[in-house]
Design a protein. Structure first.
Length: 295
């Protein structure tokens, strides 16, 4: 009964049976049966599906409110007991934004596994990393600083890993067929490639002489993966607004050309989120330190 109650707490925290099932290392069908068994045991409905998420009924919310502290205390006890293990043994759940996973994280994990063969990883690559914070040991997520982004109250420690200004770019082939814009307002006449997961919307920021312009660009193509967006720009699909660190090679190779260089842009910021020492496992803390040492 207690494990099913703890499972229910995570169903409500994540809004998803599948996410809670991953946390408890059971199948989705088994998790659904656990939820049904729990409701049958109490003889009441504990949750309902709303907008694709599972939300608690008043009775279910009382169970979450009363039982959550016990679940958290049990997890803290498990983590503290893990401190008696060696730091190079255990499992780490990581949720990461695609651009960092593709360009940096996989290399770091591969390097770490060479010297720590008894550590295992589960990596969930998603543009919406913070939405999965409840099921992760480490979360790596990005946002565009200019938007005044309001972070969720995750009760996690945040450390910035890197910053990178955005650059507006297009391929030489695209610019041969379309005159390069001289002013940001002229972007409305172009095909624009954007990622809501990078900038929060199809608004691009340009600043010059203390004047900031927020340009709502045409929605010619939206892709939620920066590497795919980069490939589209190289193939001449349109103008893209991308963090400068992924543009070094295509710019030096002449595959892309920067435009509107007289303007400053917003800043892409990448952050690492992790549990405080009292709640973090030893193996996750050790890998977190490894990430921060290389940042």
């Amino acid at each position: 009964m207690l494990d099913k109650m703890a499972f229910f707490v995570y169903v409500i925290r994540t809004g998803s049976i599948s996410a809670a099932a991953r946390k408890f290392n059971v199948s989705v069908s088994a998790g659904s049966r656990w939820l049904q068994d729990l409701e049958q045991s109490f003889g009441i409905t504990l949750c309902r599906r709303t907008n694709r998420l599972l939300t608690a009924t008043p009775a279910g919310q009382k169970l979450v409110d009363e039982f959550s502290p016990l679940v958290d205390s049990a997890e803290q006890l498990c983590r503290s007991l893990q401190d008696y293990q060696e730091q190079d043994k255990g499992h780490i759940n990581i949720v990461c934004t695609p651009v960092y996973a593709n360009n940096f994280l996989m290399d770091k994990i591969s390097s770490y596994l060479v010297s720590h063969p008894n550590v295992t990883f589960n990596l969930n690559v998603t543009p919406w990393a913070l939405d999965h914070a409840a099921e992760a040991d480490l979360v790596i997520s990005a946002n565009a600083c200019y938007q005044g982004y309001q972070e969720k109250d995750l009760h996690l420690v945040r450390r910035e890993l890197m910053q990178s200004p955005f650059v507006a770019v297009a391929s030489p082939e695209y610019l041969e067929q379309n005159s390069a814009p001289e002013f940001p307002t002229e972007l409305s006449q172009h095909q624009c490639l954007f990622a809501t997961t990078l900038t929060g919307s199809n608004d691009w920021i340009f600043e010059r002489n203390g004047e900031t312009q927020m340009i709502k660009v045409p929605k010619s193509l939206e892709v939620n993966d920066s590497d795919l967006l980069l490939q589209s720009a190289i193939k001449g699909a349109g103008i893209a607004y991308l963090p400068s660190f992924i543009l070094d090679k295509p710019l030096s190779d002449g595959q892309l050309t920067p435009i509107l260089e007289d303007y400053e842009t917003s800043i892409w910021s990448l952050n690492l989120y992790y549990h405080p020492p009292t709640k973090a496992s030893a193996v996750a803390s050790h890998f977190k330190s490894f990430l921060l040492e290389g940042s």
